[in-house]
Write a protein that binds this ligand. Structure first.
Ligand code: DGL
Length: 269
């Protein structure tokens, strides 16, 4: 099947999922949308996050994708069921794959979750983890300062190290052996988060497991790409396209073209 996989996020975070999809499924074309004009989603009310997610999905549907990937934990937590109910194509989120990967990783059944305020408030990870393994102990923490740093491209600065150290200091008191990066932006800060938490804590990014789920669904539905041609991916963002491009090219390690999108709906922000 030659149609693309559409991937969306509030900004550059979903590129962590896109990169893994490109690695695991190199024949698949990706259409990526980062809503950088309205990032971060984390502190916004659920109704707004849901409205924005529907709006991006509507935008992406014009390209007739074969699948929608909500590569944003906050939007997955709040809107995935509504989006699934509306569409006939598969809709994949990032929370269940992340939870599965953490259960596979933990040895002592003590798992930490960091995410945006919206994701942590929703308790979506606790529910997903306990659904698989009811005896699991979960400690959750919102880290609202991380996404703005990533959106500014500040992956390795002293300020970022200071903010990560401060934000995670309390979490270090818990005997967790696995930490879910419950926001797709956080793998950009994995080096710093890893050194703050220590080598006894395994960091779990949902990207690998989400790409595996995408692969499994496409295989079982007979929807995998059949062409051997190298796909030309498309990238859209609603904010500054130069900043998006520079972060995306560094992360993906390839040259890309970015098309800016200006939301036409009044009072949308
Ligand atoms: N990357 C998103 C997530 O996984 C959203 C971050 C935000 O915009 O606050 O939750």
């Amino acid at each position: 099947m030659q149609q693309a996989i559409a991937i969306l996020d509030s900004g550059v975070g979903g590129l962590t999922v896109a990169k893994e999809v490109m690695r695991q499924l190199p024949q698949e074309k990706i259409i990526y949308f980062g809503d950088t004009a309205r990032t971060p989603y984390g502190p916004r009310p659920a109704e707004e996050i849901s409205r924005f997610t529907h709006q991006i999905v509507d935008y992406l549907l014009q390209f007739h994708p074969k699948m929608i990937v909500i590569a944003c934990n906050t939007a997955t937590a709040i809107a995935i069921e509504e989006i699934r109910a509306r569409l006939t194509i598969p809709v994949v989120g990032v929370i269940h794959p992340g939870a599965r990967a953490a259960i596979k990783s933990t040895r002592n059944q003590q798992i930490g979750v960091i995410g945006t305020e919206g994701t942590i408030k929703s308790s979506a990870y606790e529910m997903a983890l306990r659904q698989i393994s009811p005896q699991i102990q979960v400690v959750s923490l919102a880290c609202p300062s991380f996404v703005p740093l990533v959106e500014r491209g500040m992956f390795r600065t002293d300020e970022t190290t200071r903010v990560v150290e401060e934000s995670l200091s309390e979490l270090r008191n818990y005997p967790i052996d696995s930490l879910i990066l419950g926001c797709t932006h956080y793998p950009f800060l994995a080096d710093i988060i890893g050194s703050v938490m220590g080598s006894h804590v395994t960091l779990i990014s949902s990207a690998d497991e989400t790409a595996r789920e995408i692969s499994t669904i496409l295989y079982h539905k007979g929807m995998l790409a059949t062409s051997n041609a190298v796909p030309v991916h498309q990238f859209f963002c609603s904010g500054d396209p130069r900043l998006f491009k520079s972060i995306a090219q560094t992360w993906l390690n390839e040259q890309i073209k970015v098309t800016p999108v200006v939301w036409q709906v009044p009072n949308i922000i």
